[in-house]
Design a binder for this molecule. Structure first.
Ligand SMILES: [Zn+2]
Length: 139
């Protein structure tokens, strides 16, 4: 067992490993694989599952790649997209979670998301990021 772990460790030494792009590729390949099970005509099903398989192969290739510099560059191109999508889902989840107790507004000056307690009446909201003040009416 110890010998096997050592060999495994040696195998992964100097290889790139897992990152955000690989995570997305893996999730996409799983989703496409699942979706393909619900497509009942032959060619569309084949195409969807082949695309999913290609994503999976690219993911494995990137994990085992020794060209870390190039993989890092690819991930840095992808990261802003990943961050935007992740933040969108985080915000949507937060809005859903405390939709009864809080309201969400966008600061007109700096576009920051502001969370305000859901209390009836007119409020002056001050953005903590840029200091801009604006009025909102909560009914
Ligand atoms: Zn602001």
């Amino acid at each position: 067992m110890q010998n096997f772990l050592y060999k495994l460790q040696e195998f992964f030494r100097g290889r790139y490993g897992f990152d955000e792009l690989n995570g997305t590729l893996l999730v996409l390949s799983i989703i496409l694989n699942l979706v393909s099970r619900f497509i009942f005509s032959f060619w569309p099903r084949m195409i969807v599952s082949i695309i999913g398989f290609i994503f999976f192969i690219v993911c494995i290739f990137r994990i085992l790649s020794r060209n870390c510099y190039q993989r890092e560059k690819e991930n840095n191109v992808y990261k802003p997209v990943y961050t935007k999508v992740r933040d969108f889902f985080k915000l949507t989840y937060k809005k859903f979670k405390d939709g009864r107790t809080h309201r969400y507004y966008k600061c007109p000056a700096c576009k920051a998301q502001l969370r305000v307690k859901n209390v009836k009446g007119e409020h002056t909201i001050r953005c903590p990021k840029c200091g801009y003040q604006f009025k909102k009416k909560i009914r």
